[in-house]
Design a protein around this ligand. Structure first.
Ligand SMILES: [Zn+2]
Length: 240
C-alpha cells in the first residue's frame, strides 16, 4: 500500500475484434492500442496503482460496455488509448483530449502529453477538447465516464514520419513509460502533494562538529551492542 494504491486506473485500448480502428498496410490501430495497454498495466501496478482493463484480448466491445464497466468499478482515472489517422499524410504528432471544464482532466492531459513529448520523437499537437453541436463532449468515453478521463492519440499511423517510430518494437513500452510518468506526476502535483513537514529539521549550522562526532559514536556503540546481541541469540539457537 502506498499513496497511489487508492487510485484505480482503467485502461481502455480503443477498438478491438471486428473494429480495427485506423488501418495502414502493416498495422492495425487496435493492436497498437492493445500493446500499449498491456505494457502500461504492469508499470502502474509496480508503482502501486490498481489497474483494470476494458479488454484483455482482441475482442469487439461497444463504447457503452467499456464505460459502464469503468463506472461500475468506480475507476478514478480512465485512459482511452488511441492512435490517429488522417487523409493527409503530413498530419503528424500527438494530442490528448479531455472534458471541457474538467480542470483535473486538463492537468492530466497536460502532464501526460508533456511526458510523451519528452519520451517519444514525435511532435506535440497540444491538449484539446472537442464538442458536438449541442455542446456536449464529442467522444462517448469522455462524455459518459465518471472518472477523470483523457483520450490519447499518440501519433498518426498515416504519417510516414510517425509510423517510422510507431512500427519500432519498443514503441509500445516507451509510450507506456511516458504515460506512467505523466500519471505519477499528475497525482504528485495536483491530487496528492507530499505533506509539508510541520517540524523542520534543525539548521545544520547549529550543530557543532564536536556534537556531531559525539552522536555518531553513540549511534555506533548502540549498533555494535545490538549486533552482538543478535549474534549471541543466533549462536544460542544453533547450539540447541
Ligand atoms: Zn482509434
Amino acid at each position: 500500500m502506498n499513496k497511489y494504491s487508492k487510485f484505480l486506473i482503467y485502461l481502455d485500448p480503443g477498438h478491438g475484434g471486428t473494429s480495427p480502428g485506423a488501418t495502414v498496410p502493416k498495422m492495425m490501430e487496435k493492436d497498437l492500442n492493445f500493446a500499449v495497454a498491456l505494457a502500461l498495466g504492469p508499470l502502474l501496478l509496480q508503482t502501486g496503482f490498481r489497474v483494470a482493463y476494458s479488454r484483455k484480448e482482441d475482442k469487439t466491445m461497444t463504447l457503452e460496455q467499456r464505460v459502464t464497466q469503468a463506472n461500475n468499478q468506480n475507476a478514478s482515472i480512465y485512459l482511452d488509448i488511441h492512435h490517429n489517422a488522417f487523409t493527409n499524410i503530413h498530419a503528424s504528432g500527438m494530442e490528448v483530449f479531455y472534458k471541457k471544464g474538467d480542470d483535473l482532466g486538463k492537468k492530466l492531459a497536460e502532464t501526460v502529453l508533456r511526458q510523451l513529448i519528452i519520451t517519444l520523437p514525435m511532435v506535440g499537437r497540444g491538449v484539446k477538447t472537442r464538442e458536438k453541436s449541442d455542446g456536449t463532449p464529442y467522444y462517448y468515453t469522455i462524455r459518459n465516464s465518471e472518472a477523470i478521463t483523457i483520450l490519447l492519440e499518440s501519433g498518426f499511423l498515416t504519417s510516414p514520419f510517425d509510423f517510422h517510430e510507431m512500427a519500432k518494437p519498443e514503441f509500445p513500452a516507451r509510450e507506456a513509460i511516458a504515460i506512467k510518468k505523466g500519471l505519477v506526476e499528475f497525482i504528485d502535483k495536483f491530487v496528492q502533494p507530499e505533506p509539508v513537514d510541520p517540524q523542520p529539521a534543525p539548521t545544520p549550522d547549529l550543530v557543532t562538529p564536536d556534537s556531531k562526532i559525539q552522536s555518531l559514536l553513540i549511534a555506533n556503540r548502540d549498533l555494535k551492542n545490538e549486533l552482538h546481541r543478535i549474534i549471541s541469540i543466533a549462536q544460542a539457537a544453533l547450539r540447541e
